[in-house]
Design a protein around this ligand. Sequence first.
Ligand SMILES: *[C@@H]1O[C@H](CO)[C@@H](O)[C@H](O)[C@H]1NC(C)=O
Ligand SMILES: *[C@@H]1O[C@H](CO)[C@@H](O)[C@H](O)[C@H]1NC(C)=O
Ligand SMILES: *[C@@H]1O[C@H](CO)[C@@H](O)[C@H](O)[C@H]1NC(C)=O
Ligand SMILES: *[C@@H]1O[C@H](CO)[C@@H](O)[C@H](O)[C@H]1NC(C)=O
Ligand SMILES: *[C@@H]1O[C@H](CO)[C@@H](O)[C@H](O)[C@H]1NC(C)=O
Ligand SMILES: *[C@@H]1O[C@H](CO)[C@@H](O)[C@H](O)[C@H]1NC(C)=O
Ligand SMILES: *[C@@H]1O[C@H](CO)[C@@H](O)[C@H](O)[C@H]1NC(C)=O
Length: 220
Amino acid sequence: MLIKLFPIPLLIILAFPISAESRCTVRSCTALASYYVWSDSNLTFISQVLQSPLVPYSTVNFDPILAYNKQVANKDSVKAGSRINVPFPCDCIKGEFHAHEFNYSIRPRDTYDKIAREYYSNLTTVEWLQRFNSFPAANIPDTGTTVSVVVNCSCGDADISKEYGLFVTYPLRPGENLSSVLTQANLSSDLSGLVQRYNPGVNFSSGAGLVYIPGRVDFF
Ligand SMILES: *[C@@H]1O[C@H](CO)[C@@H](O)[C@H](O)[C@H]1NC(C)=O
Ligand SMILES: *[C@@H]1O[C@H](CO)[C@@H](O)[C@H](O)[C@H]1NC(C)=O
Ligand SMILES: *[C@@H]1O[C@H](CO)[C@@H](O)[C@H](O)[C@H]1NC(C)=O
Ligand SMILES: *[C@@H]1O[C@H](CO)[C@@H](O)[C@H](O)[C@H]1NC(C)=O
Ligand SMILES: *[C@@H]1O[C@H](CO)[C@@H](O)[C@H](O)[C@H]1NC(C)=O
Ligand SMILES: *[C@@H]1O[C@H](CO)[C@@H](O)[C@H](O)[C@H]1NC(C)=O
Ligand SMILES: *[C@@H]1O[C@H](CO)[C@@H](O)[C@H](O)[C@H]1NC(C)=O
């Protein structure tokens, strides 16, 4: 299967190191954020925290999100424990890495921990929030300010495949592994080698951290 998809050029490329630090060689692209739905979250909330030019905040029209989530049967009650793919612009930040900066409006008693692990469903981390915000972790102002939430993303790696462009930023959860991640993303297990190469050195069973997986199930 892989041989069919990637004839001779891939074999040549693989002879060279492919782990080059991810400088931005592609300016920007569309990416998807895999949002793990916690109980009491809903599409209104998701479209609020992940709003961008691709997903305007709305309490009624979720079409920009639903277009990537044919599996959602009822938009008014997304299943807790499922995942929703949310499109967002993947930009080149400071010429160094791909990400998008979301602005989150602080509400009373918010903490970095709550913002990262709950509101942004582990799409970012406390450490990564602290890199881009100067509020003291124990004392974020109560209201009237925004926190910059930087969510990493990928525009692919032309050294691995030139054909594939849309990637999901996927926060791993405890109990998952490469095979279960592919299954839940509806990707064939034939792609496990390719997906691992997109995430060099990553342990898919580690229970935490971000991985990048292909986002268009109909592509292959
Ligand atoms: C959506 O979720 C948010 C956050 O949990 C909650 O405050 C809001 O009431 C919910 N909206 C609906 C329509 O359920
Ligand atoms: C999974 O992929 C199959 C075949 O490509 C498709 O028919 C099915 O609707 C997909 N399921 C989901 C949940 O996307
Ligand atoms: C986020 O906030 C910053 C600083 O206030 C602003 O420069 C930027 O345009 C905002 N981004 C979006 C997407 O609203
Ligand atoms: C985020 O990760 C933490 C630590 O693994 C976990 O407790 C929490 O449930 C996760 N959040 C979501 C929304 O899955
Ligand atoms: C985002 O990417 C940068 C650069 O590769 C990395 O240093 C950082 O740890 C990543 N953040 C998260 C939350 O994975
Ligand atoms: C991967 O996880 C699935 C579901 O949790 C489990 O059934 C399977 O045995 C695991 N596979 C490996 C290789 O650990
Ligand atoms: C990957 O992480 C899991 C969970 O921490 C660990 O049990 C396993 O040994 C790790 N695998 C490798 C190859 O490091």
